[in-house]
Design a protein around this ligand. Sequence first.
Ligand code: C5P
Length: 237
Amino acid sequence: MAWRTRKDGRATRRPAQRRSAAKPALVPRRVVVTAGPTREAIDPVRYLSNESSGRMGFAIAEAAARAGHRVTLIAGPVALPTPKGVRRVAVVTALEMLRATLRAFRESDALFMAAAVSDWRPARRLSGKWREKDKGSPAANLPLVRNPDILATCGHDRSRPGKLVVGFALETSGGIPRAKRKLETKGADFIVLNDERALNSPRASALILGGDGTVRRLTDRTKAEIAGVLIGLLGRP
Ligand code: C5P
């Protein structure tokens, strides 16, 4: 509260300023965002991974922080700077991302799962180089085991009522039916569907499919614009 001094020396309260009264009331939320790829080591020098620049997740984290939310960004190996005001947790593998996400999700109000998580990891990480090539065979087999689905684990978490869960789907074909299935199988409130043109690009087109049947189409927008729309989902009553 501001004060001013009258001519007679007594202090009076200054009337509230209009500008501050016009500001929207913001309820800060604890927001968790995942971004970038995960890497699954085959041996000390080789790994399996996904194509992902991390830009979409970083844009969401930045938009959330700018809107006044408390943001934890769980990022796979990408060389992007951490947006201002964001707490970054660096991970490499899907199992590390799972652990960090579950820990942050427990204390959060919303999860945006933009990371390109590797679905598989080598059944074992070799301590020395994989020498399959030395056998002279034109083909090789690499045993893989499935990684946990982080989004589905959080989406089906029984302690989650009231928490917003948003996943992504990058599809090369059959996008809408696949994304609709993901809403159910992963227990997400929304799935953001895009295609491979979004990879490594500052722009993308996206369909935001809601579990309530809503569909919002965003055509050729910057990732910052898409992030702004997604952060708007936090404003739902
Ligand atoms: O099944 P698909 O990989 O297309 O699903 C994409 C969505 O699921 C993304 O939100 C991604 O972050 C998430 N996901 C995950 N854990 C996995 C695979 C995908 O959380 N192992």
